[in-house]
Write a protein that binds this ligand. Structure first.
Ligand code: GTP
Ligand code: MG
Length: 212
């Protein structure tokens, strides 16, 4: 699948994954560069980051820096606008937030505010789709409420078939418009033999982040 950058003008894309550490930030980098090379002004938003040490969210800070390089209009954006909720404990937002109230309306307003500075806003989730934000409110609920297109990043390692299909089931169940991209990274040498035979039979075509 070729992504047509023009279709994404004025839109947001929520980058999720089958789990933590699968390559969401890596994918955000790829998409920011891809859209920027197509002359779109890019933006980055990480609504909640956990595992933040010394008041410096790692994903947010690095990605905001890259975004500012690609799109000078984003110079006006502070790290607290880019990553509104920052928590120290490296855990799900539900656990890491302690007694802090996570205001979803506030996050929606931040998203709209950041859209003022870009053509396409790339939003990075935390962990996977069923990572809890509140007791009955998960990352997938935030995607639904943001009314955003979703890109699911899936791994190439053994287990990816199961993880990919489960995440896709969840997205279909919530009627979320999505595409999925395989991050050819872990078990890259065995992927052809171990996971690809089923994936290609089942999906017929596969999208790889590395082809962007
Ligand atoms: P969280 O935000 O912590 O949930 O993780 P994530 O899903 O954003 O994963 P991230 O992109 O940070 O990737 C995890 C680690 O693997 C990082 O150290 C990345 O640099 C590395 N990584 C992931 N994908 C690739 C890849 O395709 N190539 C290379 N070279 N490194 C990768
Ligand atoms: Mg990340």
């Amino acid at each position: 699948m070729k992504i047509n950058p023009k279709e994404y003008i004025g839109k947001t894309i929520f980058i999720t994954a089958t789990n933590t550490n699968v390559g969401k930030t890596y994918a955000c980098k790829k998409f920011l560069n891809y859209f920027s090379n197509s002359n779109l002004k890019v933006g980055y938003f990480k609504p909640i980051e956990t595992g933040v040490e010394n008041n410096t969210p790692l994903d947010g800070t690095r990605m905001l820096e890259l975004t500012k390089k690609l799109n000078p209009d984003f110079e006006k954006v502070s790290i607290n606008d880019c990553v509104p909720y920052q928590f120290t404990l490296p855990a799900s937002p539900y656990v890491a937030k302690g007694n802090t109230y996570i205001d979803i309306e506030f996050l929606k307003e931040k998203k709209e505010y950041l859209q003022n500075f870009c053509d396409v806003l790339i939003i990075e989730g935390a962990g996977g789709l069923m990572v809890p934000i509140k007791k009955e409110y998960f990352m997938i609920n935030l995607i639904k409420e943001f009314k955003t297109k979703c890109f699911l990043i899936t791994p190439s390692k053994l287990g990816s078939i199961n993880d990919t299909l489960l995440s896709i089931e969840a997205l279909k169940n919530k009627n979320i418009d999505f595409e999925f991209f395989i991050n050819l990274y872990e078990d890259i040498n065995s992927f052809e033999k171990v996971s690809k035979p089923f994936l290609i039979d089942y999906f017929e075509t596969l999208n790889f982040l590395q082809d962007l």
